[in-house]
Design a binder for this molecule. Sequence first.
Ligand code: GTP
Length: 318
Amino acid sequence: MEAIILVGGFGTRLRPLTYTVPKPLLPLANIPMVERMVRNLPPIFDTAILAVNYGLEEMEKYFENKNIGKKIIIVPEEEPLGTGGAMRNCIEHVTGTVAVFNGDVVSSINLEEMLEQHIKENAKGTLALWEVDDPSRFGVVELKGNKIMQFQEKPEKGTEVSNLINAGTYLLELEILEMIPPNQKISIERDIYPKIAGNRLYGFPFEGYFIDSGTPESYLEANFKSLGKDGTASHSGASIRGNCLIDKNVKLIDCIIGPNAIIGPGVKLEKCVIRNSVILSEVEGYGCVIENSIIGPKILLKEDKKQALIAPEGEITF
Ligand code: GTP
């Protein structure tokens, strides 16, 4: 069975990081987002199809000669085709029911249960749904039983038909991909799903966690969620507080790390304090306190705060 992973967006909300590293190759707990997603696919999936526009060269280079237990097919788009156009562009590699993922979603969804429901209902499409307190910034879905009756785009407060939003994970029959006009910019959420609401389109609400890791704040959150409880217990050059992950190729001298710190390969830090932050590869720093920030890659942290690339609500002091 194939899974299409949509990894072609510009990642504008994570600029300037995404100027140098395409969002799907940004790490979550030191493993690139897209690789993590492929590794997490249940065994029933033997092939991951990556729909790529922005970052094509980097993606091809990354997956060249890399064995992660699934066949990887990279499908380029000359122009960004939107979520619907991008999946339509992959159709020649799809042999039947296909799973489609927004490449930046980190969630606890149980795909095997979702597939069971999809088959049982004889669905054309099944959309994973997530409940939120305030759905007014999202695409909202009305369910009757498991059937999707209608969609509402960013409803005004008080007019929302439910609190369930589209969680960016779908199971689709080929006939839905065939409905999408080829070589055109199409949004599956806005241009296709509303047309088939009420016609064998189902929802699969799930609980646990759902993070769209596309903003600095949610990228940090997704990192700590991906880290789970598998942190590094100790390091000879640092006192470690709470749950942290430090790559084996990191040099630390006289540092305090954590809670919630992830440090990538090639990093060298001396007399630094790192809390609630992600330090990407090959960052070097001396004498600073970093909080609630994403740094790097390849940043030299030396008495110049401007060089710290993204600090959502963060603080860097020297
Ligand atoms: P922002 O620019 O920060 O909104 O990020 P983004 O470009 O990733 O857009 P968004 O988060 O809305 O996209 C959701 C998912 O669809 C992401 O995994 C994107 O990589 C992917 N995506 C969005 N547009 C396209 C496209 O035109 N082609 C392909 N292949 N993927 C896309």
